[in-house]
Write a protein that binds this ligand. Structure first.
Ligand code: AMP
Length: 494
């Protein structure tokens, strides 16, 4: 259990219980890179600012002037970590940056990214979004050969593998290093004279390419491009390695193109910002469509639709459009509290629901209310909301969830608790409805979610299906027969 400062006790649901979470290395993150640009550090700052929703625990920028690297890495929000002076000191025409979101086991300054070091040909820095599933094993092997790791992050393994590689170019070193790892990686790598962007062959995590004047930019989401006035060029494709130098851009597919893609569908459900294009579709449009389909699949007689802000908003609008029931802002979100999941300890998270969301009694009193949220994880948020809505005078509370029941943990970079803590892994929809105290509960169907995402193939939806595209024990890309299709998807979780 945590030994942090005391927090107010959970007086609304003293029985809701808090469970110690054993997780490490799981993280969602945002990455950004730019090359070559005279204002590289300032634009990276803006890019990270736009990606702040992907990680609020730490931020870092590393720049290059062609001869040396400069860095600023610290715990905290982007706006607190950097100021004008720091950014001026981060001189150079190339920069990469990272925002990080982690959980209990790895919440230390040693794990702040980007990681950087020297190799025989110069300097190398890298920032990673995703999660490697064989990092432990590789780390033990590297330690046995004398490597000293700064922190506990899986990303450091990639850096060491690249530094130890016998390949001459930095790009080949990175490719060789990635041939040994398994799992999810969207990476930005910077050397003295290049920016390299890589997406793993399944394309688990998003990564996009843009252009601002003569410079290329790479980011987790397109929302980072708006703030720096960059034009969207395209997605970095699954399995693609892009090398950007002063001479332009080169693209490689060192592992072939035939691995079935497994783009994370949860980016649409919750993680990405609604103004972003993810996998070439706008997130807002997909979420609203999820709500529209949900309204057709699970209609209910009610007086008002209320979203759980912010992630439930587009789906609630879609639900309202199809059902004809008016949409109202019946819950106010405090913008001075981070996402409740960001708090690593359950005790804070439990209290956080009330810190963060407050009901508007005038909207709810005497009403039959449909509450729309994007997902239920442990059930803590929904249970408290049902209780708050009833206290505010709602006569009926119907929960509608714009994704299917979350039944599996994510091993590819989204922070989810252990399977046992996911309420839908143990309880039926009716049991969950009773636990929440709602009058009714309905989830979007798997087909409905896939229809809204515009495609039934090419996504990883393991958190909803338990079908994991890459299981522990499977070979890394270097061990797979190259340029052939991937083996059948295993059904068992790792
Ligand atoms: P819970 O209270 O555990 O059921 O969490 C449900 C709430 O967490 C919902 O309002 C979701 O919007 C939000 N949520 C779902 N998945 C995540 C995630 N991976 N990170 C942060 N928040 C999440």
């Amino acid at each position: 259990m945590s030994d942090g400062p005391a927090v107010p006790s959970d007086d609304v649901f003293p029985d809701s219980g808090s469970v110690a979470i054993e997780r490490h290395w799981h993280e969602e993150c945002g990455v950004f890179g730019i090359f070559p640009h005279p204002d590289a550090s300032h634009l990276t700052y803006l890019g990270l600012h736009a990606l702040q929703h992907r990680g609020q625990e730490s931020a870092g920028i590393v720049t290059t002037d062609g001869e040396r690297l400069r860095s600023r890495l610290a715990m905290g929000l982007v706006q607190d970590v950097f100021d004008g002076n720091t950014l001026d000191e981060l001189k150079g025409h190339g920069a990469i940056g990272h925002v990080r979101y982690s959980t209990t086991g790895s919440s230390t300054p040693d794990n702040i990214q980007p990681f950087f070091g020297n190799y025989a040909g110069g300097h190398i820095a890298l920032a990673h979004n995703g999660n490697l599933i064989n990092a432990d094993q590789l780390k033990h092997e590297l330690e046995a050969r004398g490597a000293l790791f700064r922190g506990t992050s899986d990303t450091e393994v990639i850096l060491y593998l690249a530094i130890q590689s016998k390949q001459s170019s930095a790009t080949d070193r990175i490719i060789e290093a990635l041939g040994q790892v398994k799992g999810a990686y969207s990476l930005v790598v910077m050397t003295d004279e290049s920016l390299i962007a890589v997406r793993d062959p399944h394309g688990f995590r998003p990564l996009v390419l843009g252009k601002v004047k003569d410079a290329y930019v790479v980011a987790s989401e397109t929302c980072a491009f708006r703030l720096v006035d960059a034009d969207y060029v395209r997605e970095v494709e699954p399995g693609e390695v892009i090398e950007i130098t002063r001479d332009g851009l080169k693209s490689y597919f060192p592992w072939g193109k035939s691995t079935p893609t497994a783009r994370c569908i949860f980016e649409y459900v919750y993680f990405a910002r609604p103004d972003s294009l993810i996998y070439q579709r706008n997130v807002y449009v997909v979420r609203r469509e999820m709500g529209r389909i949900l309204a057709r699949e699970a209609p209910v007689a009610a007086d008002v639709i209320v979203p759980v802000p912010d992630s439930g908003v587009p789906a609630a609008i879609g639900f309202s459009e199809v059902s004809g029931i008016p949409y109202q802002t019946g819950l106010i979100r405090s913008h001075y509290v981070g996402r409740t999941f960001i708090e690593p300890r359950d005790s804070i998270r439990n209290f956080g629901v009330r810190l963060k969301l407050s009901p508007v009694h005038e909207v709810l009193r005497g009403q039959r209310v449909v509450v729309v949220d994007d997902s239920i994880v442990r059930g803590t948020t929904s249970r408290k909301l049902v209780h708050l809505f009833r206290k505010a005078g709602a006569v009926e509370v119907h929960m509608r969830i714009s994704s299917p029941p979350t039944i599996g943990s994510c091993y590819y970079g989204v922070d989810t608790p252990n399977r046992e803590e996911l309420i839908a892994s143990k309880q039926s929809v009716d049991e969950i409805r009773d636990y929440l105290g709602a009058d009714s509960l309905a989830y979007l169907s798997l087909d409905g979610m896939r229809d809204a995402a515009g495609n039934h193939d090419g996504y990883c939806d393991a958190c909803f299906t338990g079908r994991y595209p890459v299981a522990v024990g499977e070979p890394s890309v270097a061990q797979l027969p190259l340029f052939t299709s991937h083996p059948e998807l295993p059904v068992a979780p790792p």
